[in-house]
Ligand binder design. Structure first.
Ligand code: MG
Ligand code: MG
Length: 248
């Protein structure tokens, strides 16, 4: 069942989303060559606690980090470590926070120093694909319409759409019904209603859409080792459209 949030729940989810957005903003100045992914993780962890929330991903299904930090060909779920960011890398920070029992979830891919034109284009196109997907959201839209919009945009820009990982409902759990795939057919799938909260999160690859799971059982990488980008917002469905809860 897809939950419809009460006004009270929506207020808490707005606060959770705000904390997630602010954590991104807080980390941006630290995204520089030489910083370890563990340091970014610890900064995020402490900041989220300071804001009266807890990191959603820590121990979720046994995940060992507080946030996910994925570099270049890593699509999602990169585990924070002593690996240092390098000039020219791209890095995705996927951040979740739980405030008074409700979650917010947002991923964003950032450049480390100066990056190649090809990487710049990947970031811009993937960010745009998120807004393409969001643009169709309102009461009465179906989940397939969102995926269709993202997929069409990705195709036009010759990017691979990762099929194995999808967006999701958000609420008392980080991952709730429904699945929100980044591909689909118009007018198919669950119907959106005002008060639903979903995370839309296109993961687009510069090359093949195929991905592999590394031996750590977490990190997902592109099969051809070309870079991947990932942009995600948690949004509230309204009668007329949507409200982004994880704005920065
Ligand atoms: Mg996320
Ligand atoms: Mg998510």
């Amino acid at each position: 069942m897809i939950s419809i949030k009460s006004d009270y729940e929506i207020e808490l989810m707005k606060k959770a989303g705000e904390i997630v957005g602010d954590t991104h903003k807080y980390l941006i100045p630290y995204i520089k060559p030489g910083i370890t992914t563990k340091k970014l993780n610890d900064l995020a962890h402490n900041y989220i606690l300071k804001r009266g929330a807890t990191p959603s991903f820590l121990n979720l299904y046994g995940y060992p980090g507080s946030i996910c930090v994925s570099i270049n060909e890593e699509v999602v779920h990169g585990i924070p470590s002593n690996r240092k960011l390098k000039e020219g890398d791209i890095v995705t920070l996927d951040i979740g926070a739980c405030y008074k029992g409700y979650h917010g979830d947002s991923a964003w891919t950032y450049p480390v120093g100066t990056i190649s034109e090809a990487k710049k284009k990947l970031l811009k196109d993937t960010e745009n694909s998120l807004y393409e997907g969001l643009s169709v959201i309102k009461e009465g839209t179906r989940i397939g319409d969102i995926g269709y919009a993202i997929e069409q945009y990705a195709k036009k820009h010759h990017l691979g759409v990762v099929k194995e990982l999808v967006g999701h409902g958000v609420g008392k759990k980080v991952h709730e019904e429904p699945d929100v795939p980044n591909y689909g057919k118009p007018n198919t799938g669950p119907l959106l209603k005002a008060g639903m909260v979903i995370a839309v999160e296109p993961m687009l690859n510069m090359g093949t859409p195929d991905v592999y799971l590394l031996e750590d059982d977490w990190t997902v990488i592109t099969a051809d080792l070309k870079p991947a980008a990932h942009y995600e917002h948690t949004v509230l469905v309204t009668k007329e459209g949507y409200t982004i809860l994880t704005k920065r």
